[in-house]
Design a binder for this molecule. Sequence first.
Ligand code: PLP
Length: 448
Amino acid sequence: MTDTTELTLLRNALDKLAEGYSDLPEFSTEFDAGAVGDVLQEVATRMHDNFPYYHPQYAGQMLKPPHPVARIAYAMSLWVNPNNHALDGGRASSAMEKECVIELGRMFGWDGPLGHLTGGGTMANLEALWVAGRLHPGKRIVASEQSHYTHSRISEVLGLPFSPVAVTGDGRMDIVELELLLREGNIGTVVATIGNTGLGAVDPLPDLVALQSKYDFRIHADAAYGGYFGLAGQLHDDTRAVYDSLAAVDSIVIDPHKHGLQPYGCGCILFRDPSVGQLYKHSSPFTYFSSAELHLGEISLECSRPGASAVALWATQRLLPLVREGEFAAMLNDCLYAARDFWKRLRDSKYFVPLMEPELDIVVYAIDAPDSRSASERARRVFSKAAEHDLHLAMIELPVQLVQRYAPSIKANSETITCLRSVLMKPEHLDWLDRIVEVLELSAAEIT
Ligand SMILES: *Cc1c(COP(=O)(O)O)cnc(C)c1O
């Protein structure tokens, strides 16, 4: 799991860090190493009760190990423990955060967005919808039925009305249904999900942008999971077109702790128009809201935030720049290939029926069965059986009609069907597909 190289690199980085403080009188924190060692052994034992998220045989939820450079930079920065709420608490890490945010903005085609890191996608979406509500008070927020459940909940927190929009058979927002809602009026913001969490489907953003010529609404792009895929060269044309139109939206959320190789606690909110920073105004007398002078504590709803997250992200973006054709982009392409290849292999299987062809790197598949109840039951049994063979999957509950589009032979005797779901977000998954499919087939054979 760990490599002694990582520990040596951390040691060397800490030595370099200490050089910066060598003028101070000698001081170190005293602690009982024996007692700490005992507790740590106990903690490590407790941690056995986790799935092996870092391993390619974990092919379930949206979990991806941080890059070693992120892990080491994060750990190293804890010896300073900066707080990015204000410059007093973390000058260097605040500067790094601003540089990271500029790079993320550039990836979406924005020159000087207002933005900052957050605890995660939920907090970042909260800020986006809070700004949306301030600009369109009392107006409705809409998002697709497959959007993250956080949008309806956040709308509730903000006291804004919320409506879901139906999806088409491929899992994307149904533009015809959206226009019906827009015609009724009073919609302030449409949330476009750029890669939904369940199916990995990307909402048809160019169509949404086109609707802005007829109706007045903001567009918020929730790209928490899918945001980085614009760098991938291997997207299908219609998906490519979505990423190419992202610069036209008003705000974007991206989660570096999903596909950006970061430890948890790293989301990001970006606003195209930096003047929305005025909305954050509070009693502090020193506020500047030009993008060049953003003061992180003045433009964030969260106060204390880990400077460590910015340090880790900066190190990662330094090592793996956010450019098309780069090493980071190549990893995303491998995830796309892995998902497409997995989908094809499932199509050839006698046990499984894959749903829509993956747009990004999520594959959803039903187990063939005479009816929806037994398909659900079999899915749950394959899930458990595969886990016994150390292959870890996820499950998703989907409306029966959506699944029947792909598996018409499954008769409906329930409203929903439990399907299996694999997020193939580790580039190594590509090389592990033989093994993954072999264990899946074996597990399916064993339960039938
Ligand atoms: C993960 C996710 C969220 C929630 O983000 P957290 O980082 O888990 O708080 C919101 N929207 C989408 C599309 C996501 O994938």
